[in-house]
Design a binder for this molecule. Structure first.
Ligand SMILES: [Zn+2]
Ligand SMILES: [Zn+2]
Length: 344
């Protein structure tokens, strides 16, 4: 049993860990397990190769990674100039930037966890390209790359894909991480994320996988059950500067993590995955260490961790599980996907 408050150094906030609460009786709503396997091609999927999207455009018969500008952009070059607001503290501006969709593969049924290694590497290298292209746009201040997976996080299409928001502002979480990382360099002369990796490796229990160039762990300060960070060992401000060998190790580490998540309950594990990359601006962001965060909303099969009073009302997280226990659960799962096992 763990009952304590833990400091989240990247967010600079407290997380309340109270694992004894995980056993409390639950009579609330449960969610579907979504165990029915999808088909490799779905005629009415707007992301499958050769199909027509809502914009009327037809997808090419793509064979690898396929990226296109989002048909429903949240930020985009065609955003209208808003009317000025003249009163008080309120102000506004154009929702400028670029929104993209990146399909991992033509296969409708191949999640990132099941993507063959070479395709996972190709995907990460396509994201490097995307970053370079989008970061070069004059209006772009930050590139957020993320995947929503599963009904419970509101995914609009199950075809494996991620999204990119290249925005004219820096997302708040990134801004806080950049401030925390820079302050840490000033105070200690060291990189915060390097010290986090060192602390995790010293403790060992929360490390899910570890190789020469990449590491995955359930952080000490995890806010969600099974929340996992995957990162290169070397400090890079964003994905673009990783070498091919680092990318290879990162892909492996990411795959093993996602496979173990799926293997936990033999079902596609829902998550929100985000690549945390330094803001793009004139000045440097000392100590910012590119990493991938996987936020996992399920506590148990069919049972969500609901965001409620503490999280939505107060802004701090209450985690009803001990990160050490959740890491042990993940580590104990095989690193071969259960669907591969089934087909053999
Ligand atoms: Zn599809
Ligand atoms: Zn982060």
């Amino acid at each position: 049993m763990v009952w304590e408050e833990r400091w989240h150094p990247l967010r600079r906030e407290w997380v309340v860990i109270s694992s004894h609460r995980d056993r409390r009786p639950w009579q609330g709503e449960t969610v579907n397990d979504a165990r029915t396997p999808p088909a490799p091609y779905v005629p009415d999927c707007y992301l499958c190769p050769g199909n027509v999207r809502v914009s009327g455009e037809r997808n090419p018969r793509y064979t690898g990674v396929f990226a296109f500008d989002n048909d429903h952009p949240c930020v985009g070059p065609t955003a209208p100039e808003p009317p000025p607001v003249a009163t008080g503290p309120y102000h506004n501006r154009r929702a400028n930037g670029l929104s993209r969709v990146v399909c991992y593969s033509p296969r409708h049924d191949l999640s990132l966890a099941e993507l063959p290694h070479n395709e996972a590497v190709n995907l990460l290298s396509a994201l490097q390209e995307q970053f370079r292209e989008l970061a070069a746009r004059p209006e772009v201040r930050h590139v957020l790359m993320f995947e929503n997976k599963g009904d419970v996080v509101g995914v609009s299409n199950p075809h494996p894909h991620c999204q990119i928001y290249a925005t004219n502002f820096v997302f708040r979480t990134i801004e806080v991480e950049a401030e925390a990382s820079a302050a840490y360099v000033t105070e200690t002369g060291r990189v915060l994320f390097q010290d986090i990796i060192a602390a995790e490796e010293q403790h060992q229990r929360r490390v899910i996988s570890s190789s020469e160039h990449a590491v995955a762990f359930v952080p000490y300060f995890a806010r969600y059950p099974y929340e996992t960070f995957v990162a290169p060992r070397a400090t890079h401000p964003n994905i673009a500067s990783l070498s091919s060998v680092e990318l290879d190790h990162l892909a492996r580490s990411l795959s093993v993590t996602l496979i173990r998540m799926d293997n936990l309950w033999q079902m596609p594990f829902p998550y929100v995955m985000a690549l945390h990359q330094a803001p793009i601006s004139g000045h440097a962001h000392p100590g910012f260490h590119f990493h991938i965060e996987i936020h996992t909303p399920l506590r148990k099969p069919g049972l969500l961790k609901y965001l409620a009073g503490p999280e939505i009302g107060g802004g701090n997280f209450l985690n009803d599980t001990a990160p050490e226990d959740k890491a042990e659960e993940l580590k104990s799962r095989p690193s071969v996907h259960y669907r591969v096992d089934e087909s053999q």
